[in-house]
Design a protein. Sequence first.
Length: 211
Amino acid sequence: MLSDLFERNAAWSRQKVQNDPDFFARLAAQQSPEFFWIGCSDSRVPANVVAGLDPGEVFVHRNVANVVHSSDMNLLSALEFAVDALQVREIIVCGHYGCGGVKAATEDMPHGLADHWLEPIRRLARAYAVDLAQCADVEARRDRLAELNVIEGVRRASETPILQKAWARGADVRVHGLIYGLQNGCLKPLDCSIGPGHFQTDDLANMAASR
Ligand code: CO
């Protein structure tokens, strides 16, 4: 119920002020997050909560299956603001195991608009068909595809003119790939970070292929 939501909000706000009287005044004046999070819209993977961060500590973009589309104006606008204005240091592309969007991309049935959105994941599944065929079962295959989608997202974000320009001017910012386990609540690094001077598309492709 919406009324419950207001009640919970009031309780949360009171609690915050109790612990730190200047909390909202400070945040209202300025945000200076260290992190920019690109994650899945899934309600079970809220950036702040799973990363243990307070309001003001992470700038967030979420979409179905955390796809990094090179032409997504929403994501690109947020990325540009995060890198150029907020000057975040760490960009995190975070996927999760058991992702419904990744599952939809592997199914042979129509899902409406989502099928357009998820096309990059279908392409990845084709590109890594041999790798994926080695997985024990369909769940493992989807989870591996979720990892590949994160690694691809890291690469795509790094290839944007936004990050290329940032690195060219010496900005200290890195892009990382993480995957979240719904079963254990843990974030796992996928060892595909890209930072200043480390932009090697071939290395990343090799890394993805060898996983
Ligand atoms: Co998901």
